[in-house]
Design a protein around this ligand. Structure first.
Ligand code: IDC
Length: 485
């Protein structure tokens, strides 16, 4: 087994081995040959959250044996009806009731006594007993398996993707970015630097190739201070006179908006706004070039979230997944800790607009950690059957509503504020973050401002708001109350 091949690594085997074995609980079979390793582990398996049909499990692993540079955790569910869905901080696979979780590059090295945390969302038919037969690199975890009681549903207890987290200092400023700092995905939620689930609420730009006059210091002051928004989504179309026509200029424009948002304490979603054609693979090479550049340039910033494909359409989930699994490593290579959002089938409808559902994602999630899935709606077009899907999927997948409209899917027509209210209540209840289409003065009812507002620079004049803008601003500007402890 793998331990044998990984040792020794310039250490005094006997001493470390003996210590490891002793800590493991004393039941020692002395090493048979000098080249064999001491192995041992302790596991704390916590059901952090549960709901009808599913649960979130956190698994803390402590290496009680010799240092390892990669590990595989094994365990067995009490019955084969229990399934691992999306996992984080490890690569999970399952065969029957047997599960394995393999370490990733950044958390494979575990010194003697060191711990790391992984987790996953699972499905079950009823709240089953915890799994057993835990092994680390094939050796039974004799150091004990403890379980923690399930906390209340609202408690946020999932681990950070980074293996060792120290408690950050208290917030230094009152901005959304100042309070929340670097974000990460925790279970099905977006979590802040205190590992607490948060919801971000903000606005999407219109196409930045058309509405550049709407994005400047004054308009973003209004978004941060008058709207009290947490978030600006930067919609960089790829076609329709967008990125493909001048990659360098559009990359620079996006970066300048990231900086404007950061200076005002707001998060920025860099949206690779693919729309027509709908298969993101058409733009795969452009996406790699673009994201390599913006991820390297913005790696040190804490306010950037990457959205790799706006609205895939006319493409299967497998096609989207393949695209994501090629673009995400490009981002991670430059900016390892940023959250990445993946568009979903049927114009980011979780497949519903194609007659499918979230099940295809749950059954075949993108093989990456620290990611979320996009859901979009237009309130006058997408109603109860979409809401039912989101309410169900929110328990299984980390969702981010990176775009929604109060109007029809054309971006025009009458506002439907009753449907919009039902949607935003659902998102609030599930702490699903959102951005509204659009913070612009486009001549269409989805725009927040009346035509001419951007030329006049009158962003804080509420008489300039459209019906949609007035409604969404009222929803967004209510207090966030971001949790810090
Ligand atoms: C719309 C704009 C409209 C523009 C059109 C084509 O509002 O002015 O002419 O795109 O580029 C989406 C897309 C978003 C659409 C929006 C409204 O992500 O690009 O913007 N919409 O149709 N998905 C569903 C609706």
């Amino acid at each position: 087994m793998s331990l044998r091949t990984r040792l020794p690594r310039g250490r005094t085997l006997g001493v470390v081995g003996a210590v490891g074995a002793l800590v493991a609980g004393g039941l020692i079979l002395a090493p048979m040959v000098s080249a064999s390793a001491s192995a041992g582990c302790r596991v704390n398996y916590t059901i952090a959250n549960q709901w009808p049909g599913g649960f979130t499990a956190n698994v803390a692993i402590t290496n009680l044996g010799d240092p390892v540079t990669a590990w595989t955790l094994g365990f067995t569910f009490p019955d084969a009806g229990q399934k691992v869905g999306q996992g984080w901080s490890a690569t999970f696979s399952q065969s029957g009731s047997a599960v394995t979780a393999k370490s990733l590059d950044y958390n494979g090295s575990l010194a003697t006594g060191a711990s790391t945390s992984i987790g996953f969302n699972g499905t079950w038919t009823s709240a089953d007993p915890v799994p057993g037969a835990f092994t680390l690199n094939g050796v039974a975890c004799t150091g004990g398996v403890t379980t923690s009681p399930s906390p209340s549903k609202s408690a946020s207890s999932s681990p950070s993707p980074s293996p060792s987290t120290s408690t950050p200092p208290p917030p230094t400023t009152g901005t959304p970015l100042g309070i929340n700092g670097q974000l990460h995905v925790c279970g099905v939620n977006l979590c802040n630097q205190y590992n607490k689930a948060i919801q971000l609420r903000g606005m999407s730009t219109h196409g930045i190739q058309w509405f550049a006059s709407c994005y400047n210091g004054a308009s973003l002051d209004a978004l941060a201070n008058d709207w009290k928004a947490d978030l600006l989504r930067i919609a960089m179309y790829v076609q329709e006179q967008g990125y493909e026509t001048n990659p360098a200029a559009f990359t620079a424009q996006v970066n300048s908006y990231v900086d404007l948002a950061e200076a005002r304490g707001m998060y920025a979603i860099i949206d690779f706004h693919t729309l027509t054609p709908g298969d993101p693979n058409y733009n795969l090479d452009r996406a790699k070039t673009f994201f390599a550049s913006v991820a390297a340039r913005n790696a040190a910033k804490k306010n950037v979230i990457y959205e790799i494909a706006n609205e895939p359409n006319g493409v299967s989930w497998q096609g989207i997944k393949s695209y994501a699994e090629q673009v995400i490593p490009v981002i991670r290579a430059a900016d390892p800790d940023a959250v990445v959002i993946v568009g979903t089938r049927g114009w980011s409808s979780l497949g519903v607009s194609d007659g499918s559902s979230e099940t295809e994602i749950v059954n075949s999630p993108v093989n990456a950690t620290n990611i979320m899935y996009a859901f979009h709606f237009y309130a006058a077009s997408h109603k109860d059957n979409y809401r039912t899907t989101v309410a169900r999927a929110a328990k299984l997948l980390p969702l981010f509503v990176t775009e929604f409209g109060t109007v029809s899917a054309t971006g025009g027509g009458a506002t439907d504020l009753s449907s919009t209210g039902a949607w935003l209540d659902l998102l609030d209840q599930n702490k699903i973050s959102y951005a509204n289409w659009t913070y612009s003065d486009a001549n269409e009812s989805s725009a927040a401002f009346k035509p001419g507002t951007c030329a006049a620079g009158s962003y804080t004049n509420t008489a300039q708001l459209t019906e949609s803008g007035a409604y969404v601003r009222n929803r967004i500007r209510t207090a966030d109350n971001f949790p810090t402890s």
